[in-house]
Design a protein. Sequence first.
Length: 584
Amino acid sequence: MTQPPNQPPQGGFGAPQDPPPGGGFGAPQTPPPPQGPPRTPPSGAPQPGYGHPQQPGPYNSGPYASGPYGQPQQPGPYGQPGYGYPPQPQFPGAPGTPPPGSGSRNPFKGKPALVVGAAVAALLVVGGTVWAVSAGDDGGKDRKPVAGRSDDPKPDSSGAPVNPGDGDGDGGADPENLNKGRQAGESKVLWYKEAPDAPGSGADAPGMWITDRTAVKAAYKQLSAYNVGDGKPTWEPIVFPHKICAVTQEKTADDKIVVAHMSGDSDRAKCNRLQLVDLDTGEKGWTEEVADGELFDSAISIEMTLAGDTLMVGRSQSGTAYDVTSGKKLFDAKRYGEACFPAGFAGGERLIQVASCGAGGDNEHDEVRELDPRTGKVKWTYAYEKGWRVERTYSVDPLVVYSTKEEDDDKKLWNVAAFTAGGKVRSQVGVDEDFAPECGWAILARDLQGCEGVAVDDDTLYLPTKATTGANEIVAIGLADGEEKWRVESPAEVSMAPLKVEGGKLIAYVRPSYDSGGRIVSVPTGGGSHEPVELMRNPQGVAEIENSFYSRSVDWVDGRFYLSSTRLTGSDESKEKLMLAYGK
């Protein structure tokens, strides 16, 4: 039996429903979930962990505040000093700080949407979610990763990693040997960089891009590039006249990005100056100035996303698309219907737009649309039921959307729905868990792609559970039916989070602890065993640094692990690290 169209979700799980025939609006609908007690987020101040709210990131304010993996966060990766997001309340899609080990989100078994109790102030946003850990029959106690070959020779600890000094690539003397005392089986710090000077109030350091040759990092007003193998500067840093305020988190197929910087330093300055940059050469391409929209539609703050060769720039109530190769304007995404304003964009293989419609009226609701990235033509529209707010897209292709609904009794319902290529609801997550993806703050803005620690392939969604103490789990959820396929427990008594899926294996990051550095593990996604296999274990001697970033971004590329800060404190007391690269 299904719920009647346009009726509030029944039971403790309120999944959106399908629109009635011939129009109307409603959130995705599936058979009513089993009745059960509502889920309430932890009480008290948000604690660091999978899916806690974070400080503003690359897009530090306004309708498009940035999110995870490169947004300012509270101490600790995945909620602890580290993975780079301030601790935040947890419920699917809520902003999240890096949990004590990293951040991600996962679904819940047998229920399309979970009810989450009144969250701490930080919870108002929808971004990261956290779930209760549930072990398998063996509790995961027998799962042990492969640490390294027993015949590995003890590494030479005499060679210190390369450090250009102040982050400007000046080749200064290296003041620290981060590999001192490195043990057999541990990786080494290939190189590290110190952060450039930043204002006492701090500064954003959004984005981290890795190509075959170059690791590029933005920090405050500059963009710097380092050789992936030895950390030596590959081109002179690009210094912008004013602070960087937005970046494309992804790069183009030919390794280019777009950086936005402020028009000035005053309170009236806007985030409207665009610059194309080649990551491998440092060559600057076209520049463009983003115009304001109509009344109350300003470029004080923007978000940028790439969809193929299209750059979509979102303002507070509209968007403008450019050809990323030439900078030529392609189209504007404007208000449509009686009162539908574009509220956010998500890019990748497709261009997705979320619109807020009928604000304050009886017909108030959100709509999800797919646009042709070259013309702006609408391919399809899906209207959610009144009260449901689309918060995040965990993936664009396939499209997986996280939404929430506030209840009168200060409880929050959430829903994770997968869509078909034609915009129909394919499934809704039905796993009864507290998931903890890592998401950035997005109180007034959507920041649709502001979540990290979650991975999606063609038919599976991978979400991390919330770890109250000790290890957490990653749950694999089928996109065909929304049900759990399997789960795997962290190989250590700390949290782990999905990074990506490569070659039929899930790559995950296990947070560092007081007596061990972080780890990279792979988990087979097919049939059979899902035992995690250790790919790299970082040195215990650097664990404190690895875990100390106020906010962070991480990546695993070609057998190297990259860690960078996404928020500079501006403190003069100590020289903070900007970026580290680990390898064998």
